[in-house]
Design a protein around this ligand. Structure first.
Ligand code: SF4
Ligand code: SF4
Length: 449
């Protein structure tokens, strides 16, 4: 069967899925958790509890701070011991709720049984409300509130729901493991989202390097027999899991500059989000757990893991539980090696979208830059059709108007250009800054309209 892929650019890094054989293990609870109010795209959530309150796991502790925002729930039972600033992954102060763990008692009305609930509720608004009230956000990287994404504005219609099971970033295996271990729940989640979107077809896209996941998803789709859901095999090619690249591969449609997937009839959700939707709707369980991978090229095979964590667990606690930071680790990253963020503060707490602790050794330390040799490889590799070296030069010249004219704002920060550059030029770092400047100008202009 033909394997689907996107039309331009892309690279083929070694996939290094060293932890693919590691079953999901549940982490024990730490003495304290620190729940960030800033763990979704949009406005920060506002605490609704006070110091001294006792809370149960799954109890709502913060409400949305705006239209694009999300509810946050306590991941544990215990006592609120502080509310205030604490450093995040990048070392910036963010508002957190600190909770001292006491037992593990869950709030009323949450079904923690493993029984699979396959019946899809008739009422679309009931499904959407459960997704919203249980704080579901996109778990593929952007953490956009899911209830907003599943509710297209008037005049826009979903023609295809794409479930992203590509997991094209090297090293990461959490999506692979849930595709193997929670397959049925993911497929029910897809059917729930189909219902909300008016019954459009659903394609579950999985890269060819995960044959076991493809087989499991196909068997589940056949068994559960919801109409209009199918599994498609995607070529192994980075960034196959990018939203625009997936839409290109599956629907052969291009999202224009500044456009949204819904403009071409697409809604893209990650497989982990589909699992969270299942739990929110069928079990009334808020999004307080997710799976992350502990991996890296300087970590022995027996120390690689996929862990079910609760939000608010400090990364340092998880790292210690897994045996500590390995000797030889030169870089610590949260996320994949291509698009992940450097961990500047290992005491930062996990958030809904945490996907890994990645330890990279000597081989991944950046080489000294040399002058550009005009080889054009960066442009060939760009899946957005941009000219990375030109953008870097325009950024150096502080020419924001030319950066916008050359679509720096369309950069998806995939890193293909930097990966391909024989001169080791820090293209992504510069283009990311350039994009930030252009987006600032665009936002200011839109605010004046
Ligand atoms: S990081 Fe941006 S400029 Fe570089 S290849 Fe990716 S989309 Fe293109
Ligand atoms: S890949 Fe590097 S060396 Fe080649 S044109 Fe781009 S910036 Fe220059």
């Amino acid at each position: 069967m033909a394997k689907l892929t996107f039309s331009i650019g892309g690279i083929h890094p070694a996939d290094n899925k060293l932890s693919r054989g590691c079953k999901i293990e549940t982490l024990p609870l730490p003495p304290k958790v620190y729940v960030s109010m800033f763990q979704h795209l949009g406005a920060m959530a506002k605490p609704v509890v006070q110091v001294g309150d006792t809370v149960k796991a799954g109890q709502m502790i913060a409400e949305p701070g705006g239209f694009i925002s999300a509810y946050i729930h306590s991941p544990v039972s215990g006592k609120v011991t502080a509310i205030g600033p604490r450093k995040d992954l990048a070392g910036f102060n963010q508002m957190h709720i600190e909770i001292e763990v006491q037992g593990d008692e869950w709030a009323e009305g949450i079904d923690l049984s493993p029984e699979l609930v396959t019946e899809i509720p008739e009422d679309r608004d009931f499904i959407l409300d459960r997704i919203k009230m249980n704080g579901v956000v996109g778990l593929g990287g952007a953490t956009f509130p899911t209830h907003v994404k599943l509710n297209p504005p008037p005049g826009k219609k979903a023609e295809c729901l794409i479930l992203n099971g590509a997991e094209c970033e090297p090293y990461l295996t959490s999506d692979f493991r849930i595709l193997l271990e929670r397959t049925d729940e993911i497929v029910v989640g897809a059917a729930l989202m189909q219902k909300v979107l008016g019954g459009c077809p659903c394609v579950i896209g999985i890269e060819e390097n995960k044959p076991e996941a493809i087989a499991a998803a196909r068997a589940s789709v056949k068994k559960l027999a919801y109409p209009g859901i199918r599994v498609e095999v995607l070529k192994k090619r980075y960034p196959q899991g990018g939203e625009k690249q997936l839409i290109d591969a599956v629907m052969h449609r291009q999202v224009g500059s500044g456009g949204l997937p819904i403009d071409v009839g697409a809604v893209v959700q990650n497989v982990a989000t589909s699992l969270a939707v299942y739990e929110a709707v069928q079990k009334n369980k808020p999004l307080v757990t997710n799976v992350l991978t502990i991996t890296g090229d300087c970590l022995p095979v027996e120390r690689q893991h996929n862990y079910l964590f609760r939000i608010g667990m400090p990364l340092s606690y998880i790292a210690e539980y897994a045996g500590g930071v390995p000797e030889g680790a030169k870089k610590l990253i949260s996320g994949g090696p291509m698009m992940g963020k450097a961990i500047a503060n290992l005491d930062a707490a996990t958030v809904k979208g945490s996907s890994s602790i990645l330890y990279l050794g000597e081989s991944t330390v950046r080489k000294q830059e040399s002058p550009c040799i005009r080889c054009g490889r960066c442009a060939d590799a760009c899946p957005m059709g941009l000219e990375p070296f030109l953008l870097k030069s325009l950024y150096a010249a502080s020419d924001v108007a030319a950066l916008e004219a050359n679509a720096a704002q369309d950069c998806i920060e995939c890193g293909c250009c930097q990966y391909s550059c024989p001169a080791s030029i820090a293209l992504l770092d510069n283009i990311r800054m350039a994009k930030g400047q252009v987006m600032g100008v665009i936002r200011a202009r839109n605010a004046k309209k």
